[in-house]
Design a protein around this ligand. Structure first.
Ligand SMILES: [Zn+2]
Length: 258
């Protein structure tokens, strides 16, 4: 009986729904963004979030996607790209939605935030904070031209791990022990000109940029590959670039809305 329960738990862990960056990734994206919010914007947003920061609510969408009220957002955490590595409306399943769809809807809603109820403003802020993060997670770019459903072995592990989980949290947890504040401080060290280039364009351009940069994941981690330190050394700079870019872009979206 114990064995059956363990194997059910292991299979749930391996094949469970896509949760995006783990807590570390989402909170660090939000922390970098928070560092670049205009003071007046930060104050307004925290008022709507009941005194909490965007870091505090960064993982909220993952925590509430299973509830009847937010079940409709369950597919919003990933977004597809075509063979040109671009997101297009034709890829949208309107019944399910996706990260770009959810993000664009939330941005549209908040363009007139003064006409919304406080709770509607708060939930749309939470969508934006989370979805800008998710669309920068390598495993959350859904490539229609690559098989993404396979297992790998993390260094020193004999247990197969769904490659998606490797990119979501396992690589980060093997390589970093910082708090989100410390990690944000380490990463957030680029000059103004570089920052300006990162935030140029629209969420769809950012999705394309993510898809181009993250395509290397299929060379780095192949089906059933036993990954090693060289893999971690190559994966971490990709992850850290994605987290940094997401943070700057999130700040840009929020500064433009409030
Ligand atoms: Zn997510």
């Amino acid at each position: 009986m114990k064995k059956i329960i363990i194997s059910i738990l292991v299979s749930l862990f391996m094949c469970g729904p896509a949760f995006g960056w783990g807590r570390e990734g989402h909170e660090t994206v939000a922390k970098i963004a928070e560092n670049h919010l205009k003071p007046s914007v930060k104050k307004k947003i925290e008022k709507y979030l009941g005194g909490h920061s965007i870091v505090y609510v960064a993982k909220w969408m993952d925590d509430y996607r299973h509830t009847p009220e937010y079940k409709f957002t369950t597919n919003w955490h990933t977004a597809p790209v075509n063979e040109a590595l671009e997101y297009q409306d034709s890829l949208l399943n309107p019944k399910k939605g996706n990260a770009v769809y959810g993000l664009e809807q939330a941005i549209d809603a908040l363009e007139n935030y003064k006409e919304l109820s406080d709770s509607a403003v708060a939930v749309n802020i939470k969508y934006i904070v989370h979805l800008v993060g998710d669309m920068h997670c390598p495993a959350h770019v859904k490539y229609t031209t690559h098989n993404m459903k396979y297992d790998v072995y993390m260094p020193k592990s004999k247990t197969p791990l769904y490659v998606h989980s490797a990119w979501d949290y396992a690589i980060i947890q093997m390589c970093r022990i910082c708090s989100s504040t410390e990690w944000a401080e380490e990463l957030d060290n680029i000059d103004r000109k570089a920052a300006k280039a990162i935030v140029a364009g629209s969420p769809r351009d950012w999705m394309h940029d993510s898809a181009v940069r993250c395509e290397v994941q299929f060379d780095l981690a192949k089906p059933d590959q036993k990954l090693d330190q060289d893999f971690l050394n190559a994966a971490m700079p990709l992850i850290e670039t994605q987290i940094l870019y997401a943070g700057y872009r999130l700040a840009a979206v929020l500064n433009s809305l409030f």
